[in-house]
Design a protein around this ligand. Structure first.
Ligand code: SF4
Length: 481
């Protein structure tokens, strides 16, 4: 439980894909002897949505028999999947392309920054090709152009049903749609990824089932706007397992909830129909965890951001959600120092934090993003004032987060193990999403594997993490993943 400043860097380095593919035993051994011309390096930058795009490209390349290697020198070419969300992400993407060019020389660029081809070519004129986000086929075609497709060999081309995953075996991202119909003035994602396109619900559920069969026991549902799922196809009815299912968030969650996995919802826009998901959480069908970016509390600022809601209504909704589902954990993100934000409006945000008592909060200072509408708004806030507001925001929220973690001491939770290190096992409760939230330390517990679950009592908490000991009763038996 923590206050985080926005950090766009969730980078999978050159080493990552190779290592994870090896851990998943996707026939790497034989492929080590593959000809040089089938070896590809891959760097994935940015958010989980980009990671899923990387997984799709890698899955297709592995199906075709290409190998993934972990060093620039071993690769015949390198693919860089870029992020272009904010200026620091753009810079990181450009630096990574530069590094790949210097170390390898043959570089294919794809991902969000790809829509700004001129900007990339200005700095790196020698990249082989550039495409925008979710251009899976184009990327694979470009690889064909520069590295001839390996001869098909059924013994080498073994890829599991669930494809290539870049996450540990026990959890996976499930991307349900692409693009976004909103036009938040601080955001350029719709211009990079286009309007909302929902995946057919049958396809999404089949993927979930395949992931479950592959050992996944936690699904992180992602998209740009998870609660808008199906709006673009007018909630069309599809079929799955011989039964009609609507392309709608509610029905998707109900079906996922029957699969006996942890189902965690990310990037939920605060639409009124989110209220209908809370009973599913109370019934234990999906995790009582909501990642819902409120961005601000003041009505005028929200209007300038083109976001819905106002503090009063949101507080009322949170109160009702907690009435229905008292264990609900809420994660949110906010922007401070948005153009024109007055001291009073900022204080309204602080009051909102006190009243909302959110569990986990990310906060970042507004910074102009090339191409965002908010750049044209009057009265930009001085950097000094933004810094002070961010600090004040963090002081208020870290006390709240700390207290909410303290409140968990003495309670028992089902913990999923993520890793075991020299001090013992490290895991998470339902209230902790991987990579972004805190962890639970089980010091001295070594006889567990990643993906296993056990019951434990929380005995200590700091501002971010929890410490727990396994519970010595019947329920404490370690469960298989
Ligand atoms: S909801 Fe707003 S912030 Fe989120 S992707 Fe869409 S436009 Fe961007």
């Amino acid at each position: 439980m923590t206050v985080k400043q926005f950090n766009p860097k969730q980078t999978t380095t050159m080493d990552g894909p190779k290592q994870i593919i090896q851990e998943q035993s996707i026939q790497v051994k034989q492929l080590d002897s593959a000809p040089e011309t089938t070896k590809i390096g891959f760097v994935s930058l940015g958010c989980p949505k980009n990671l899923v795009d990387s997984e799709r490209i890698l899955t297709q390349l592995r199906i075709e028999g290409y190998d993934v290697v972990s060093t620039y020198k071993d690769a015949a070419l390198v693919i860089v999947n870029t992020c272009g969300f904010i200026d620091s992400a753009v810079q990181e993407s450009l630096d990574t392309i530069g590094e790949a060019l210097a170390e390898n020389g043959k570089v294919i660029v794809t991902g969000c920054l790809g829509i700004k081809e001129d900007e990339i070519r200005e700095v790196h004129p020698n990249v082989l090709s550039i495409t925008g986000p979710h251009a899976y086929e184009e990327v694979v075609n470009q690889v064909h152009e520069h590295l001839p497709k390996p001869e098909f060999n059924p013994f080498l081309n073994l890829v599991p049903d669930h494809g290539v995953k870049l996450t540990p075996k026990h959890f996976a991202y499930l991307k349900i749609s692409e693009g976004c119909n909103h036009r938040c003035t601080f955001c350029i994602i719709p211009s990079m990824r286009g309007d909302l396109v929902s995946r057919p619900v049958g396809q999404v559920l089949s993927e979930a089932k395949r992931l479950k069969a592959a050992g996944v026991n936690e699904l992180l549902v992602i998209s740009q706007d998870t609660s808008a799922y199906g709006v673009d196809v007018k909630y069309k009815t599809d079929f799955w397992d011989g039964m009609p299912v609507k392309t709608h968030m509610q029905q998707l969650c109900e079906k996922l909830g029957e699969m006996d996995m942890w189902i965690r919802l990310h990037y939920v826009y605060p639409y009124p129909h989110v209220d209908d998901l809370i009973p599913l959480m109370a019934e234990g069908k999906i995790l009582p965890y909501l990642d819902i970016p409120f961005q601000h509390a003041n009505k005028r600022i929200l209007r300038l951001m083109k976001r819905p809601g106002s503090a009063d209504r949101t507080i009322e909704r949170i109160r009702k959600w907690r009435e229905v589902c008292p264990e609900l954990i809420i994660r949110s993100t906010f922007i401070v120092g948005f153009p024109g934000e007055t001291e009073e409006e900022f204080e309204e945000l602080l009051t909102f934090l006190e009243e909302a008592q959110l569990d986990r909060v990310g906060c970042f200072k507004y910074s102009p993003v090339d191409g965002a509408k908010a750049n044209d708004l009057p009265d930009p806030i001085d950097e000094d004032i933004k810094d002070i507001r961010l600090q004040r925001f963090m002081e208020v929220q870290s006390q709240i987060s700390k207290q909410r973690l303290q409140d968990r001491i003495g309670k028992e939770y089902n913990i999923v193990i993520d890793s075991v290190d020299a001090e013992g096992a490290v895991g998470r409760t339902f209230g902790d999403a991987p990579e972004i939230d805190g962890v639970v330390h089980l010091n001295g517990v070594f006889d567990v594997q990643p993906g296993q679950r056990l019951w434990a009592e929380i005995i200590h908490a700091d501002e971010h993490d929890l410490w727990a000991v396994p519970v010595e009763d019947e329920e404490a038996d370690i469960q298989d993943a």
